[in-house]
Design a protein around this ligand. Sequence first.
Ligand SMILES: [Zn+2]
Length: 450
Amino acid sequence: MAIGKVRLITVKVLRNIAMLFRISKIVNRALFPRKERSARTALAIAATLFSLFLTTCRTNQMNNSSKPETKVKANEATDALTIHRNAITIDMHADTTQRLLDESVDIDRRLPDGHFDAVRAREGGLDAQFFSIWVEPQLFGGSGPRAVKRADDQIAAVRLLAQKHPETWKLATSAMDVRDSSREGKIAALMGLEGGYAIDEKLANVGRYYDLGVRYMSPAWSVSTSWAGSSGDDVGKERGLNEFGKEVVREMNRLGMMVDVSHVSDKTFWDIISTSTRPVIATHSGCRAIADVPRNLTDEMIKAIAKSGGVVNVIFYPEHLEPGYAEKKKQVDAEIEPLVQRASAAEQGDVVQKKLARDRVRREEYARRLPKVTVARLVDHIDHVVKLVGIDYVGIGSDFDGVQATLSDLSSVADLPNLTRELLRRGYSESDIDKILGGNMLRVMEAVQK
Ligand SMILES: [Zn+2]
């Protein structure tokens, strides 16, 4: 055979090996328990490689070299699913943690409600979930022992997942853990503190939470802390980071805990940017240029995050994605207030159960009264970030189980492949999609680690 021909065959065999690995990852996840996988995979790969080599030679002799590619492209849906499953997908923010505590749900089973469980996560090709450790200050205090306990209880619940179901979950704290977990066909469980209430205004607690496995923290949720302003209240309009707040950011940098700017006030945002020496991330935010709400990021903020080497993880929540949605929701909130209060009063349980009752009414009424928003709008935000700063600074943060309304075609973690379908439709390449779904965040996690 001529040298050129040998080279062509080698390239084809290598391409086929790459395709095989992808297929074997999917087949393995779906069919085989972990222990049997490596032996079966090795056998299957050896046998198939030999036959592929023969096929490639035969195909080449027949001068019909373009067949395998045409076959893959002919079935676009399979192609999108293959690309999706081959990528390491990391969701930077879900509030399922509170369901584990307050509703005692078993997320290893398919749940009839909510947005997340392990069964649907596997269907959606999810590799890693950052569980939000969210302390609601109105119910548990903006600092103090109750806030600390609430965070500690949630952390214990996430850690218990991996203890109770090691075949499904792997507790993870690093990019390497996420890659290992994905290779093993498990879902990596990671944690981030939403709001710094639980550090109880003590620097030593940042290290304590790091040691418990927490790998990001936003200084404030919708209520300002004494040391950091929030985008959700009037105090935050004037408040940035005070000296203690800056110390907290420096301590996070030192430990290797990512600083999350989702929910903080504009002033706090810029104080974080000028204080942090490591990449800064937004775990679940949108673009203010499209949906003008204080929770979202301005173009200047997006540029500053990219300049730090960080990532903007776009939220899936319609209120932060669809222009005008927030105003309509405000109107609906006023209309349904009596219904919401009635449900709360009728609930006999504690404050948490009453909150669940209020949220149930909101979920039903929003579905009935608010406009339908699709995954295309989410991709508008991704497009905006990419056009502004490039493909290396965008990711995803669903906010599943933390919101009472979802995109119509991305209403649970099982629908994640619809995002990849839309990205492909818009012309993103496989390597672009890898970066958006998790590759960019793996880079940041590696950069921030000690
Ligand atoms: Zn949030």
